[in-house]
Design a protein around this ligand. Structure first.
Ligand SMILES: Cc1cc2nc3c(=O)[nH]c(=O)nc-3n(C[C@H](O)[C@H](O)[C@H](O)COP(=O)(O)O)c2cc1C
Length: 175
């Protein structure tokens, strides 16, 4: 697979073809993952994601695995002090998923800094979420800009509420 397809057209895949991933393909993904830098679980996950991608599979991270901690603990027989922070789904993408548009990214100067941290100007912050794909923002209540609208949508959602409850319940069990 060429560089552009692997890295520049990669997207999260949330619908898969109803066929199993071959054992040999899973083996290759696992072999690559086991060669990942060895101190970080998420680095291993990202290695698995890109290895899978290079073999024609799609993937999606599921941070929502942090919700319902008690259920996942029992389901996965997790010992005390073990908490899942991410799950990675893999499978062959449906045609619709292969063809769907890429999601937007923030402008490069907002993400990449050279040699030192650079605070964004107010003008830059105001344009941060105004690019193609972020939709047209309509001010309402005390929400003044698109960044606040995004924050409100994400952290005001019921899944966020459950994630806060679940993580807090897990931390109580640690003390
Ligand atoms: C740590 C992490 C956790 C994520 N958790 C979820 C999730 O729980 N559910 C989901 O549908 N997508 C999840 N995603 C995928 C993001 O929503 C996705 O990467 C983002 O919307 C950009 O879309 P793209 O990957 O298609 O470009 C997660 C991504 C990361 C890196």
């Amino acid at each position: 697979m060429d560089f552009d397809t692997l890295f520049l057209r990669r997207k999260s895949v949330r619908a898969y073809e109803a066929r199993p991933v071959e054992e040999a393909v899973k083996r290759r993904v696992l072999d690559a993952t086991l060669r990942a830098p060895s101190a970080g679980a998420l680095i291993a996950a990202q290695t698995a994601a890109m290895a899978a991608e290079s073999l024609g599979l799609g993937s999606c991270y599921i941070g929502d695995i942090m919700e319902n901690w008690e259920i996942h603990r029992d389901l996965l027989s997790l010992p005390r002090y073990t908490f899942p922070i991410a799950m990675l789904c893999l499978g062959y993408p449906t045609r619709q998923q292969r063809e769907r548009q890429l999601t937007p990214r923030l402008p490069e100067p907002m993400v990449v800094m050279k040699n030192a941290y650079r605070r964004a100007s107010v003008a830059e912050l105001e344009t941060m979420y105004s690019g193609e794909g972020y939709g047209t923002f309509v001010p309402k209540n005390d929400i003044e800009n698109a960044a606040q609208a995004l924050y409100d949508r994400k952290f005001g959602a019921s899944f966020s509420e459950e994630m806060r409850r679940s993580v807090s319940s897990m931390l109580k069990d640690w003390s």
